[in-house]
Design a protein around this ligand. Structure first.
Ligand code: ZN
Length: 55
């Protein structure tokens, strides 16, 4: 049975440290998808929505 990373659709091996993501990077990107307005997450290479620094 395989699981696919919800971010990049790459197969994630069972027991991966960042399961269900393939890597910490994808885990952080997923966080950023819903929290980008609240948390400043800097991920090299990740698409960044417009940043606002007044909160
Ligand atoms: Zn991934």
């Amino acid at each position: 049975m395989t699981f696919k990373c919800p971010i990049c659709k790459k197969e994630v091996p069972p027991g991966a440290p960042d399961f269900p993501f393939c890597s910490e990077r994808c885990r952080i990107i997923d966080l950023g998808n819903w929290a980008s307005e609240k948390y400043k997450v800097s991920v090299p290479g990740a698409p960044e929505p417009s940043r606002e620094d007044d909160e």
